[in-house]
Design a binder for this molecule. Sequence first.
Ligand SMILES: C[S@@+](CC[C@H](N)C(=O)[O-])C[C@H]1O[C@@H](n2cnc3c(N)ncnc32)[C@H](O)[C@@H]1O
Length: 358
Amino acid sequence: MEWRQKISRTAGRVRYTAAQGLRSAWYGGQYALARRRSAGFNRPGEPPFRPTHTPDRRVLQAAFLDLFRHDRANVEAGLYPDPVGIDLDPGRLPQTLRRARQFLADVAEVDRRRLMRDGTEVRRKAPTDLSRFPAYYRQNFHYQTDGWLSEDSAEIYDHQVEALFTGAAAAMRRAALACLAHEVRGHDQRQRRVLDVGCGTGQFMHRTLHGFPRLQLTGLDLSPAYARAARQAVRRWPQAAVEEGQAEAMPFETGSFDTLISIYLFHELPPRIRPLVIAEAARVLRPGGAFIVADSLQFGDNPGLDGVLEYFPEGFHEPYYKGYLSWDFTPEMEACGFHLDSTQNAFLTKVNVWRKAV
Ligand SMILES: C[S@@+](CC[C@H](N)C(=O)[O-])C[C@H]1O[C@@H](n2cnc3c(N)ncnc32)[C@H](O)[C@@H]1O
């Protein structure tokens, strides 16, 4: 390697490490503050929560560092742009500070619901007419105020997730972006139709379009407020679209996408809905296309972290997560004509690429 290249690579690594370190400190600090303002994982009058598997701190730290090592390697391999420019955009500072304030202000409410194990307040205090949403959806997931169903919730969702994962959430999603890059590379982006199922506020779509600005990218989400936020996030790319609708009844024609991706959707779904979503994914995907599923690790994926996974349904309202930890995708996927192409762990996330038979 030529010395100029070596210097530029080293400078890139230093910049990356500094930026991700800063990001981690920023979100990790807020997580610590939130924990301090709340009762932690315990509830007064109850014995402290003890997971059945003992979490291994060293494994946790190693997985965290591995995530960023792989992320940097993916940038150097040209799979997606360096996130530093996107993450450290000075123009977004006022927004970032506002969201931090909103996040910390909401902690007391979230903790009140957590102490009372009240994850369905949203059904009683409806921010909108909720009757058109399925019952399983009308909940305060993560004990979040208004569940998925208000502008305020959409405003702070990404911040909450980043704080929960101490700044690692975006990098975990980029592990899925690497898989998407493999699907798209070598093809004319303008001809690749990609669907992000359960796109949330569109952060993944936004990142994807930075790397692949001409991709025919569509998002689907059931939350009107989150779908609106996603439209806002991708407004610079006129070909990108966001639809409101259910993943188990997708408003798209059969075989209309080359690649599907879903991030952190399946663990939020009741077990009876997951096969319906897989069947819909198989319907809207063309033969030979990939369904990239990035979601929480499950038991056994990294045994040293099994105990960490047990904390999520204890600390946050995750009504379907406990069952999800042992739920086997394979029979449902195979029944719909998918086989597993690749699997990889990215800290607390697992990214599986399922290929539809030709
Ligand atoms: C945990 S969030 C994940 C959002 C985003 N993919 C991300 O990476 O952060 C789950 C998202 O799935 C959406 N969702 C849940 N159930 C759904 C369903 N049945 N159909 C469509 N979207 C759904 C929620 O509205 C929410 O935006």
